[in-house]
Design a protein around this ligand. Structure first.
Ligand code: SF4
Length: 364
């Protein structure tokens, strides 16, 4: 991702007391209501999340933005790749704004378009004749999605990764999956692909640190990217909870390592974690392996249940956390005065190629 510079929003915003900031957000939101849609990802902090008109995971939010054609301004309280997807799916008249440009995603940044292009060429050379289908997790830059679209590949999300992978095998012999190694591995194993047919492509290494024979034999080649939040959950945390609370249920996100997913009672996307916990019987006990803001919210919304983070440490997405009320206020007050700050735009060529990959997923 090109480095995005966030300008200094100044003491008027940074030094204002939080209560006043929240009051001002409520006021300006009301004034802009006809033109404005605020989207809030589940991992946002509560002080921002409370202002969202729609909450959800990244794809649900981008689709909602596209459906809300009457809304001129889409303020995306999430991270950069999500705002890009919203810009790709919305009309040219709609403006997508990210309150703090430093809110990137470390996982998405682990797969640059140049590195992926380079790896693709090496892989094609060594596996000559095989049809390779590229699949990118939605947590990737628009440039990566644009790479995948024209090559017959698709985007996937954490809720449809297994389905998209099955589709890919109906189209070709091998799948090159990026940027999340763990979602790719968990999905491949769920489809019954043997471990010795799944290899990891190490960034920056010749042939991804594999020998040509391994690559020829492999069905799935996984980019070695990962989520810095979900990587913090360990198999030992599962064991610790099971010893402490034998009747606890463990649920984790598929961005967690396979050894954690294998030990858990359930795994699934953010939306499926929410539904499973909300629909579980009262008095049930849960240890949840996902971002702490969501775990805390589920805890608050389910007072009849005992809900813990799977990890004893606070697993916070620090880039999501960059969206603070003062930055939300700053973008909204600028919009009120007709000034657009922090607009996220994807150039038309990249957007049209990326849309091929996104549309393909929606059809699968
Ligand atoms: S939780 Fe993980 S995948 Fe999501 S934005 Fe943060 S680092 Fe990226």
């Amino acid at each position: 991702m090109e480095l995005l510079q966030q300008i200094d929003i100044g003491p008027e915003y940074l030094e204002e007391g939080e209560d006043l900031v929240l009051e001002r957000i409520a006021e300006v939101k009301k004034e802009l209501s006809e033109k404005l849609l605020i989207l809030g990802h589940h991992y946002q902090q509560e002080s921002v999340f409370q202002f969202a008109d729609v909450t959800g995971d990244s794809l649900k939010l981008a689709k909602k933005a596209a459906e809300s054609k009457d809304k001129q301004y889409i303020v995306f309280c999430g991270v950069h790749f999500m705002a890009e997807s919203a810009d790709i799916l919305t009309s040219d008249k709609q403006i997508v704004v990210l309150p703090d440009l430093r809110a990137g995603c470390p996982m998405a940044d682990m797969a640059s378009a140049d590195d992926v292009e380079w790896a693709w060429q090496e892989l094609e050379e060594v596996t000559g004749g095989s049809r390779i289908i590229p699949i990118t997790y939605v947590n990737s830059s628009a440039k990566i999605k644009a790479f995948v679209g024209p090559k017959g590949g698709s985007v996937c999300t954490s809720s449809n990764a297994e389905r998209v992978l099955s589709w890919a095998f109906s189209q070709g012999d091998k799948v090159f999956f990026f940027p999340d190694e763990h979602l790719g591995r968990n999905s491949a194993y769920a489809l019954g692909i043997p471990e010795n047919e799944v290899v990891v492509w190490k960034r920056g290494k010749r042939l991804g640190n594999n020998d040509p024979e391994q690559l020829k034999k492999a069905k799935v080649i996984l980019w070695d990217g990962y989520c810095t939040v979900h990587m913090q959950f360990k198999a030992s945390h599962v064991t610790m909870w099971r010893e402490k609370e034998p009747d606890i249920r463990i649920i984790v996100h598929p961005e967690c390592r396979h050894e954690v997913v294998k030990l858990a009672d359930h795994y699934g996307s953010t939306e499926s974690i929410i539904q499973t916990v909300n629909n579980s019987p009262g008095a049930s006990k849960w240890a949840i392996g996902t971002e702490i803001n969501l775990v805390n919210r589920l805890n608050k919304q389910n007072p009849d249940k005992e809900i813990h983070s799977l990890s004893p440490f606070q697993c916070l997405c620090s880039t999501m956390y960059r969206i603070k009320p003062s930055y939300l206020l700053w973008v909204l007050e600028n919009l009120k005065h007709g000034r657009i700050v922090n607009q996220i735009t994807v150039d038309p060529e990249t957007a049209s190629f990326a849309k091929i990959a996104l549309d393909r997923m929606l059809k699968i």
